[in-house]
Design a binder for this molecule. Structure first.
Ligand code: PMP
Length: 376
């Protein structure tokens, strides 16, 4: 049905389900303390920026040619990194796939495993983009709820019950979860993989913030040998401090990678992106060196918020969800007035702050004393 009542009939009729929708994205505002999109606050060192520039210059010499469509060298480098990071046997390059951010990874998975007549399930509160992957691939979107605040926990029984109810083609679990910061126990992932296997469904574990998890919390990567229907997705945007380069990746059974290769656009990963990602991986000690600092800053900031009397969701990520005392929008605005941009996201009454540099975090704490005063 065309919307013939649309005010501008000279324009082509957009898809009905897109009418009136706005593009997704947090405000990009130029203020001193950007704590709203869970970026890593530490820019590359001058030496690393120099090396990245050299890698791009060298790729530039061949830019008349399309890039390597299979990028096996990059996939090998990613596999070697994961073997180190999560203490797993090194995945084969055929088990690894990369795209322009984990957002594109997710869309490719939805293109291959979702679609008309199929559904995808996740648990609220979840990352805001998830329903858009479903919408854009004509996949039905269904949700169930995480446990109560402030833990927002998810247990195996709740996950298997929701899977039994919906029998979704895709289940999307997030560990640590955005916006709550909650990491998943492996028994939940295992139960979800088994329940999905009963109707040949896919389980995707989004570990965009995986490297920030607390000691002793294992990655879902350790379960890959047990479950042929498990995909673990990661990104270089957060721990690698490389959000601007756009590199996300997945690890799964080679048959799942093959399905994704069918739907990917040819040459989707530019030669410049491949060169930048490989250079960053070669410098991973430096790039990931700041993760320990950010985890310590996160724990200190959580403790500070708890001391102020806020409800705080326990976080394994590089951000913290907390309940405000005053109206959340007023608090958000008053922080912004003081040069601190955080995110109005999550359940009503809660705000999410990304962990920044020690200086950012101090500015946030000071601004919060004015923006959301607590009774003495
Ligand atoms: N998954 C989660 C849970 C996220 O929070 C984000 C980014 N905010 C992404 C995926 C996408 O990240 P990117 O495309 O930069 O890899």
């Amino acid at each position: 049905q065309l919307d013939l009542a649309s005010p501008d009939t000279a324009l082509p009729a957009v898809r009905d389900d897109l009418l009136g929708l706005e593009p997704y994205g947090a405000p990009q505002i130029d203020v001193p303390h950007l704590l709203n999109v869970n970026e890593n606050p530490f820019p590359p060192s001058a030496a690393l920026a120099e090396d990245l520039g050299r890698a791009v210059r060298s790729a530039a010499a061949d830019l008349n040619r399309y890039p390597d469509r299979e990028f096996l060298d990059l996939r090998k480098d990613l596999a070697a990194f994961l073997a180190d990071e999560s203490a797993i046997d090194e995945p084969r390059a055929e088990q690894v796939w990369a795209a322009n951010g984990s957002n594109e990874i997710m869309v490719q998975l939805f293109q291959a495993y979702g679609g008309p007549g199929r559904s995808a399930l996740s648990f609220t509160p979840h990352y805001s983009m998830y329903p858009e992957y479903a919408r854009d691939t004509f996949t039905a979107w269904v949700t169930a709820e995480r446990g109560p605040a402030p833990e927002f926990a998810l247990d195996a029984d709740a996950v298997t019950a929701a899977i039994a109810r919906h029998r979704p083609a895709i289940v999307l679990l997030t560990s640590p979860n955005n916006p709550t910061g909650t990491a998943l126990e492996l028994d939940v992932v295992r139960a979800a993989a088994r329940a999905q296997a009963e109707h040949r469904g896919l389980l995707v574990v989004d570990e965009a913030y995986g490297e920030f998890r607390r000691d002793g919390v294992p990655s879902a990567l350790t379960l890959l040998p047990e479950h042929a229907n498990l995909v673990v997705s990661r990104t270089m945007s957060k721990a690698f401090a490389l959000a601007g380069a756009r590199l996300g990746y997945l690890v799964a059974d080679p048959a799942i990678v093959d399905a994704v290769r069918v739907v990917r656009l040819p040459y989707h990963l530019s030669a410049a992106t491949q060169a930048v990602a490989r250079t960053a991986l070669a410098h991973r000690a430096e790039l990931l060196g700041q993760v320990a600092t950010l985890r310590a800053e996160r724990d200190a900031l959580s403790a500070h918020l708890v001391r102020r009397g806020h409800d705080v969701a326990p976080s394994d990520a590089n951000f913290i969800l907390f309940r405000t005392v005053a109206d959340r929008h007023d608090v958000w605005q008053r922080l912004l007035d003081r040069g601190v941009l955080i995110r109005e996201v999550g359940p009503a009454g809660w705000l999410r702050v990304s962990v920044g540099t020690p200086d950012d975090n101090a500015a946030f704490r000071d601004a919060l004393d004015i923006a959301d005063p607590v009774e003495a």
